[in-house]
Design a protein around this ligand. Structure first.
Ligand SMILES: Nc1ncnc2c1ncn2[C@@H]1O[C@H](COP(=O)(O)OP(=O)(O)OP(=O)(O)O)[C@@H](O)[C@H]1O
Length: 343
């Protein structure tokens, strides 16, 4: 009989990675777990590492622990702060997936001689491409567009074909795992407990009152500090004598100014992205693109030149923010993406 294939599972202490571990063990793999200490939120790791250990003990596998707080700070957290300070909107999860979850973790998989790396992400892969998850309310493919494509043949996502509600139900039905089923869902950005500005406040001057301009450049009001705003935001600033809602259309960090306009001023028809991560080699193609998480993909024409992709959208899209990811999909197949530098 050939020796069992070994899988390393990223274990966060949550229900998804716990069930992932269980499913792989049941499939007959030799499974080991890894808990990574990523951010430095006080008190966080004590709780989550203990939960990951409880899960590993239940399943009967070894749990490794790595302290990667310095690397996380350099690769994910500091860029998050810098991007807001530059008046842009960051996507820390996509950076974390490339550098930490599918960067550091695959290196660790090599160290322990694991054939595969698995996580509890809701996404599918055939080893060549990523595909949207079966459960479209949980699909996380948008955040994995920047993962190095060379490692795809070594990735396993047992939850990609399943529904979150079934995963919870399964955990709830297993004696010893009930508490995992009833844990609160983790927040969208793991190191943001309340608001992102609360996190920024410890590192940069967020609350600096500044001018609100209209699209002609006239000063029309006041705001609380440009980092409080993302493109498309419509509250938290004043516009003298305004009757209609106004939306942030541009952020000018060097002058601490924001420009506001009507909804139609927000419409964006062309986007430029750089730092591409493409899963096919075509340089010009028609496809669809998602310009932020939880929005529908819109039809577009793409031309890649000088390591940048120029995207012409078939319909105007509202609230496109520099710093966010643009991710291309052919139906449910993710074919690549990049980072928005102009919109
Ligand atoms: N600190 C960590 N150490 C190791 N792996 C992790 C860690 N955080 C997340 N992962 C892996 O990445 C997957 C997706 O992470 P995400 O933060 O989206 O988790 P989630 O949806 O809350 O899942 P879970 O229920 O497993 O916590 C997890 O299921 C897990 O496999």
């Amino acid at each position: 009989m050939s020796p069992k294939k070994k899988v390393l599972v990223g274990m966060s202490g949550g229900v998804d990675s716990t069930v992932t571990t269980l499913l792989l063990k049941e499939e007959g793999y030799e499974v080991e777990g890894l808990y990574m200490k990523l951010h430095s939120k006080p008190g966080y790791h004590e709780i989550h590492q203990a939960r990951a250990q409880k899960a590993a003990d239940f399943v009967g596998i070894k749990l490794h622990v790595l302290d990667l707080q310095e690397k996380f700070n350099k690769n994910v957290f500091q860029p998050f702060i810098d991007t807001y300070a530059e008046g842009k909107t960051p996507n820390p999860c996509a950076l974390c997936n490339r550098t930490m979850k599918f960067g550091e973790m695959i290196q660790f998989a090599d160290q322990i001689g694991a054939d595969y790396l698995a996580t509890g992400h809701y996404i599918k892969t055939d080893g060549e491409f990523f595909y949207q998850a079966e459960d479209d309310t949980k699909d996380q493919s948008y955040f994995l567009f920047y993962v190095n494509k060379e490692i795809l043949p070594r990735l396993k996502f047992p939850l990609g074909e399943r529904k979150k509600s079934d995963i919870k139900r399964l955990a709830a039905s297993i004696k010893g795992l009930e508490s995992f089923a009833s844990q609160a869902e983790s927040s969208e950005i793991c190191f943001v407990e309340t608001t992102y500005t609360d996190v920024l406040k410890d590192h940069v001057q967020v609350d600096q009152v500044g001018e609100v301009l209209d699209t002609q450049g006239n000063v029309v009001g006041e705001h609380k500090g440009y980092m409080h705003y993302t493109i498309g935001k419509r509250r938290g600033f004043t516009v003298k004598g305004a009757h209609d809602p106004h939306f942030v259309t541009k952020i000018i960090p060097e002058k601490n100014q924001i420009i506001v306009g009507k909804r139609e001023d927000l419409a964006c028809n062309e986007v430029v992205i750089d730092n591409l991560n493409m899963f096919h080699d075509e340089k010009e193609f028609d496809t669809t693109v998602k310009l932020r998480y939880r929005t529908k993909a819109v039809k577009c024409h793409v031309k890649i030149e000088d390591d940048k992709a120029h995207i012409k959208l078939e319909e105007g899209v509202f609230g496109v923010a520099v710093g966010q990811a643009a991710v291309f999909y052919d139906d449910d197949k993710l074919i690549g993406g990049g980072w928005i530098i102009d919109a």
